[in-house]
Design a protein around this ligand. Structure first.
Ligand SMILES: [Zn+2]
Length: 273
């Protein structure tokens, strides 16, 4: 299994990251894509992943909440900082980036309209970087599922896209519609919180297995609410996908691994000894 989206530089893992990584390997996880939220987090992710070559892989991006709060000069410095890191480091993906239309995040800018415009501009920038550099995108779309998908569909009209919609909380019908418009390169990753989330189960039911991936979003989205999540919990998400699809869990894990390798082409999994 490959964890396509984890925040391992989070303070939640300061005291026991080595144990968390050992547990991940023991449950059959061969690779973890470590996403970043800010320019300084991108540097932290690069340092962490360099210490675990072949197992941890860096994804560099600016979270939409961060995009919404930065002053204009800081935002353009952060955007150009991430852009130059993407061109000069072994990043395997751009992320996490996207849109966040939750009222709390929209209230962080001068107005909701300003927040949406800032996020849209940054997201459009990262979509076109993704196409130019042939690096897949890990997309956050909280309370903005169909808006984020509209950007992806539009980008796909210009050039091929390589996109993972992470922890998609939009309606399954929007996902299905986008998949019809973007017949290649669009995937949805399923976190362990699928065990307690009917909306996510519905998404799993409606999206073909060939378009699903696994993610932890650790330390968020644990199987039990309020608990710290970790990559080892991927096994729970794989079980639910198998149950919803009515197929064998080993077959599901195999298909999801193949999907991940198709999208994240720079991730070469290590073999577990
Ligand atoms: Zn995340």
């Amino acid at each position: 299994m490959i964890d396509t989206h984890a925040h391992l530089t989070s303070p939640a893992f300061i005291s026991d990251l080595p144990i968390v990584l050992t547990r991940a390997r023991t449950t059959g996880i061969s690779s973890i894509i470590c996403v970043s939220e800010t320019l300084s987090d991108a540097h932290a992710v690069l340092n962490l992943t360099a210490a675990h070559p072949g197992f941890l892989h860096p994804a560099l991006g600016l979270h939409p909440e961060h995009v919404t709060t930065l002053a204009p000069a800081q935002l353009s410095a952060a955007l150009s900082g991430i852009t130059s890191l993407l061109q000069t480091t072994p990043a395997v993906a751009i992320g996490e980036v996207g849109l966040d239309y939750t009222p709390r995040v929209l209230s962080l800018a001068a107005s909701a309209a300003d927040a949406k415009r800032l996020q849209a501009d940054a997201f459009a920038h990262f979509l076109s970087m993704s196409q130019q550099l042939a690096l897949p995108l890990s997309v956050h779309s909280r309370a903005a599922g169909h808006h984020a998908l509209a950007h992806v569909v539009e980008a796909a009209r210009r050039a091929p896209v390589a996109v993972c919609m992470h922890a998609f909380d939009g309606r399954a019908v929007h996902a299905e519609r986008a998949l019809r418009s973007v017949p290649e390169g669009l995937y949805f990753s399923v976190p362990p919180s699928v065990v307690r989330d009917d909306q996510l189960r519905k998404l799993v039911r409606r999206v073909p297995t060939e378009r699903l991936l696994l993610e932890s979003d650790a330390p968020a989205l644990a199987p039990s609410r309020g608990e710290r999540n970790e990559p080892a919990n991927l096994v729970r998400a794989a079980e639910i996908i198998a149950e919803v699809k009515g197929v064998d869990v080993a077959a599901v894990r195999q298909t999801l691994a193949e999907n991940t390798e198709r999208l994240f082409t720079k991730v070469t999994p290590t073999f577990i000894t």
